[in-house]
Write a protein that binds this ligand. Structure first.
Ligand code: C5P
Length: 224
């Protein structure tokens, strides 16, 4: 069986990463969360007061940061490291979520991240989730899935996740963040969020999670 690339793109909070992780585990593939990379860049810019409107500061910032992924041995869960420090918790909070789309629309940032993502996926056998994986990072991916879901359902899921991490936000606050990110991600000039013409659309609003995962696994097997 040949190894393939599975690209899972879609709007914020559709359950892309949970799905992608489960698919990768079932197939023995590597999982890569491209959003975590943009989140780590955003955290670095916030920590170092980098102004996204000053190109030379953005360039210098990008040169000074190193993003890596490590598997936590106790539970096998992937953790994101920024310059050697585990930032998994910090990048998921609202502080980063409210700034990440502004940083992700910068051409220099995208160029650096896409290059890294392509390197990480070179050997195939990878499930990558994001916004531009099927359109820009791996337009040749053997399987492309584009996930959508009702906004209120997405906000409810996200609110629950944040609560589990100790951040209490109203449903409206969460919904506004999702909608704002979707708007910026969809309207940006460089690699906007859009469905690749050959992507399979999946509305996850009322789909059973197991069913969602097994559908993608079946589609993947047909392409191996
Ligand atoms: O996937 P997640 O919601 O963690 O992504 C955070 C943000 O990173 C998105 O809202 C988007 O602005 C940006 N992103 C992107 N391209 C990707 C993945 C994420 O622009 N491939």
């Amino acid at each position: 069986m040949k190894k393939i690339i599975i690209a899972i793109d879609g709007y914020s909070g559709c359950g892309k990463s949970t799905t992608a992780k489960a698919v990768a585990r079932a197939l023995g593939y590597t999982y890569l969360d491209s959003g975590a990379m943009y989140r780590a860049v955003t955290l670095y810019f916030l920590q170092h007061f980098i102004n996204p409107d000053v190109p030379k500061d953005v360039k210098r910032g990008l040169q000074s940061l190193d993003i890596s992924f490590h598997n936590d041995n106790s539970n096998g869960i992937q953790q994101v490291y920024l310059n050697g420090i585990n930032v998994e918790e910090e990048i998921r909070g609202m502080q980063v979520s409210s700034k990440v789309s502004e940083i992700s629309k910068l051409g220099e940032v995208r160029k650096a991240m896409v290059e890294k993502q392509r390197k990480l996926g070179k050997k195939k056998g990878i499930v990558m989730d994001g916004r531009d994986i099927g359109t820009v990072v791996f337009p040749e991916a053997e399987l492309k899935v584009f996930m959508t879901a009702d906004t209120t359902i997405r906000a409810e899921r996200r609110q629950k996740e944040l609560l589990e991490k100790g951040e209490m936000l109203s449903l409206n606050e969460v919904k506004e963040n999702l909608e704002r990110r979707d708007a910026i991600d969809t309207k940006r000039e460089v690699s906007p969020l859009l469905k690749a013409s050959d992507a399979i659309e999946m509305d996850t609003s009322y789909l059973d999670f197991e069913e969602q995962v097994s559908t993608i696994i079946e589609l993947a097997k047909e392409r191996m």
